[in-house]
Design a protein around this ligand. Sequence first.
Ligand code: AHR
Length: 514
Amino acid sequence: MAAARGRVTGNPAFVVGPVRRETFGAFVEHLGRCVYTGIYEPGHPTADDAGWRRDVLDLVRELGVGLVRYPGGNFVSGYRWEDGIGPKEDRPARLDLAWHSTETNQVGLDDFMDWCAKAGVEPMLAVNLGTRGVQEALDIVEYCNHPGGTALSDLRRKNSSDEPYGVRFWCLGNEMDGEWQIGHKPAAEYARLAATTARAMRMADDGLRLVVCGSSNSGMATFGEWERQVLSEAYEVVDFVSAHHYFENAGVLEDHLAAGVVMDRFVRDIVAHIDHVKSVRKSSKAVNISFDEWNVWHMNSPRTPLPSGDDWPEAPELLEDLYTVADAVVVGDLLITLLNHTDRVHAACLAQLVNVIAPIMTRPGGAAWKQTIFHPFALTSAHARGTVLRLAVVSPSFASPRHGEIPALSAAATHDPASGEVTVFAVNRSTADPLHLDVDLGGFDGLQLTEALSFTNDDPLWHASEQDSTSVLPRTLEGAALDGGRLAAELAPVSWSVFRLARTAGMTKGERRA
Ligand code: AHR
């Protein structure tokens, strides 16, 4: 029987918005081994003078990360940023209540800025609105962004950098809607604090891009009402509402592979809540989404329990999920979803970067390696360029017991008007059936297919390990072809693919007409 057909039509006239480097963000939290023995390990054979693991830095650059959120996460809601500056020997050890660990503060703000410069990424900082408030937020902004001549800016100059850091992105707390959050507040209380803090931070630096806390996931009982109350107070002084969502394979692969649809519905709902407030306020200002925590997280089958009782370890193994090929297909699909919402999702952070629910793993004193989810992220970041096209997609569907009828085909395409390159990303979410992909790119003339890669495996539950992280990699998709402006390929069940098309010299429509 012939494979079912999924049809995609793309035309340069139909555009969602620009490809943003901030969509390819990640997250470094003081949690488990993300910082200590993750990005930082003095004495490691590859460590530089500052203690940064150069093998990890290389992988971060290869991953193509544009933005990194720091220092949490739940951690930030009990954090005193001043603990992490100045001479390392003078920094205090503290209890980290969020992760029942001991925080040594051997890595802090100035160190992170140094790491960002070496990794070539932009920082996104979170301020503590759990146990702290307006004054501490103002202090850290002055420390980071004021040129000099004040106590805090001169302290930065003394500790590390003559030049201000010019940090643009700031999160006003973290997941303040969640009861697990230190200093969790009801919406009205958080709304007032976030708006007051935002207003004051803008008085110190009017170039800031501020993210107010939205909901911790779409299943929160307060989702929607939280956004309404928070934005009713803070709409005019913030730029983004945060969104967080983790996806899990709870045993039914069809449900797991529906993650892209679940994220798509969540984004549409948040946009509706934002625009409702905009309309009620008769505001001309746009507020967009910072999807600053997303990933697969096997929350219900943790490999390591949270420490408890008298045990307050330093950098314990926590949340060190191993990712399967199916998880990587889901991550590729979630990136497709984020790209397709680039008009309203202006920043996004894969949570997290190293060891903790991460694309990069390390052994203390030993190797660093790539998990499966590394591949779709790196390839999407490397090849999504220019503008995201608004595609028409027609697809067969399959039944997800939890989420209903789900289209088997998920696709996004980008077009770089400068180079003429078109890139198509496609996922076959079906666990059972191959899919014949038929992409009509007739609106683009003079293209040639330069590369077709697919990431899939007979066993979708294969995962990489320290011993074997290379036997399943993205491979050339045999048979993919471009003929008369139509791209055709066979997509295996549970697969993620990328197709790169370049302009044939002297063959564009515009040039021919001229
Ligand atoms: O990324 C792990 C945790 O998930 C973060 O600390 C928190 O913000 C979220 O609940």
